[in-house]
Ligand binder design. Structure first.
Ligand SMILES: Cc1cc2nc3c(=O)[nH]c(=O)nc-3n(C[C@H](O)[C@H](O)[C@H](O)COP(=O)(O)OP(=O)(O)OC[C@H]3O[C@@H](n4cnc5c(N)ncnc54)[C@H](O)[C@@H]3O)c2cc1C
Length: 384
């Protein structure tokens, strides 16, 4: 969290959330982050505690079991978690996408059945399953089908890159009930863990964020009750787009958390490491690097806060969210690269946390919409 001197007054509640989540993350998540990354261990043991802090359903109203937090608090909390563990943050980001969809579009019965026990930590994390092997940026090209058969939908097809997919208590799945209708033929469903016809693929061996449990999901004549459809019939595409608009603020926050952690590693190192008879920090070249990093992260922070505030005012905010995510992820790329550089050879070693931050950073320019897709969203707003 940066101070009010950046021009944004945070409320006492927002400040308190940021500080308490940061304390939790540093105490509980930071110590094992490197080992979980090395072994690809999903942080399942922390889910009850994360739920206890309201972090699985932050933007869900209290009456529905959530934390009732605003978008600014959500962003500050995600940033705080990411200073300790990027994998846990992306798990929370997709879980919050799923819970927000249930809250915004679910019926009272659906919320009672899934949202309330999930927010209390009884169902594990949740997943958001939109991408497929052949459809990522072009989500409307998805090929999974959900054909109505009496009181059931029959799901067939596959999803790819699904964060938390092996551990989620339920998945928010997008599939076409009218394949000929393109984006207008997409529906949104809850598919519970263990539903016959759903199988979970093996975990992807990833470059970074290695503890986030990324898997494929396969649907083979998977029958789900009609009551599991979320929102209006054929309204799935709109649900996915609006959820991602809000979610991108969370990814900007994740970038800021990784960036702050990398900067802190670098700051410590350049004071300790002496070359040519003086600390690295005494070289003007080093000082300029840190000035550029600070500027990058502060600019990203301001864009993130602006996007969160636009969403809190219930304005559309797609362009602001895209700018925040795009700028923060690209700024993060510059920051982690510079911080590896100031470490010299040690920055290339797994002995130093900056190596993990460097790997964790790269995917932020890819998921929840690539940098190119963010530019398309922004350009549409500018050019009409
Ligand atoms: C670690 C990880 C976790 C993920 N978690 C999830 C998850 O939980 N749920 C989920 O649904 N998905 C998830 N994803 C999927 C992610 O959202 C997609 O990978 C992403 O949207 C890009 O899609 P793609 O991989 O199919 O790339 P493609 O869409 O094939 O893009 C390839 C390249 O072409 C560019 N490109 C595409 N279209 C255009 C265009 N119109 N103009 C210019 N350039 C273009 C892209 O920017 C990119 O550089 C995850 C991915 C990763 C790597």
């Amino acid at each position: 969290m940066r101070s009010d001197s950046l021009g944004f007054d945070l409320t006492d509640e927002q400040r308190l959330i940021a500080l308490s989540v940061r304390d939790f993350a540093q105490a509980r998540l930071a110590p094992g982050a490197a080992a979980r990354d090395r072994d690809g261990t999903f942080p399942l043991e922390f889910i009850p505690e994360l739920a206890g802090l309201g972090l699985l359903a932050m933007k869900v109203p209290v009456e529905e079991g959530g934390a009732g937090a605003d978008n600014v608090s959500y962003a500050l909390a995600m940033q705080a978690v990411a200073t300790a563990c990027a994998s846990t943050t992306v798990i929370l980001a997709s879980s919050n996408l799923a819970s927000k969809i249930l809250s915004d579009y679910g019926t009272a019965a659906q919320k009672e059945r899934w949202l309330v026990p999930y927010a209390a930590g009884r169902l594990g994390p949740a997943s958001f399953a939109l991408s497929e092997p052949g459809a990522g940026s072009d989500a409307a090209a998805l090929r999974a089908t959900a054909i109505l058969d009496g009181n059931h939908y029959v799901l067939d097809g596959s999803k790819m890159w699904i964060t938390s997919g092996a551990h989620a208590g339920f998945h928010i799945v997008f599939a076409k009930s009218d394949p000929a209708a393109g984006s207008r033929g997409i529906d949104c469903f809850v598919v519970e863990r263990g539903t016959p016809g759903l199988t979970v693929g093996k975990e992807e061996e990833k470059m970074g964020q290695r503890a986030s449990g990324t898997v494929a999901l396969y649907f083979d004549r998977c029958r789900i009750p009609r009551e599991n459809r979320i929102g209006p019939e054929r309204g799935g595409y709109g649900i996915a787009l609006s959820a991602l608009g809000g979610g991108r603020v969370g990814i900007a926050a994740l970038c800021l958390g990784i960036g702050e952690a990398a900067l802190e590693e670098g700051r410590r190192y350049v004071h300790e490491r002496a070359v040519f008879g003086k600390p690295l920090a005494d070289f003007q070249n080093t000082q300029f690097v840190f000035a550029d990093c600070r500027m990058d992260l502060d600019a990203a922070w301001l864009l993130m806060l602006r996007a969160a505030r636009v969403l809190d005012k219930k304005e559309r905010g797609a362009s602001e969210s895209s700018m925040a995510k795009l700028f923060a992820s690209e700024a993060l790329g510059r920051v982690v690269d510079r911080m590896v550089q100031v470490h010299g050879g040690y920055g290339y070693s797994k002995e130093y946390a900056v190596e993990r931050h460097y790997r964790d950073a790269r995917v932020t320019r890819i998921y929840e919409g690539t940098s190119e897709i963010q530019r398309l969203v922004i350009a549409r707003d500018v050019l009409g």
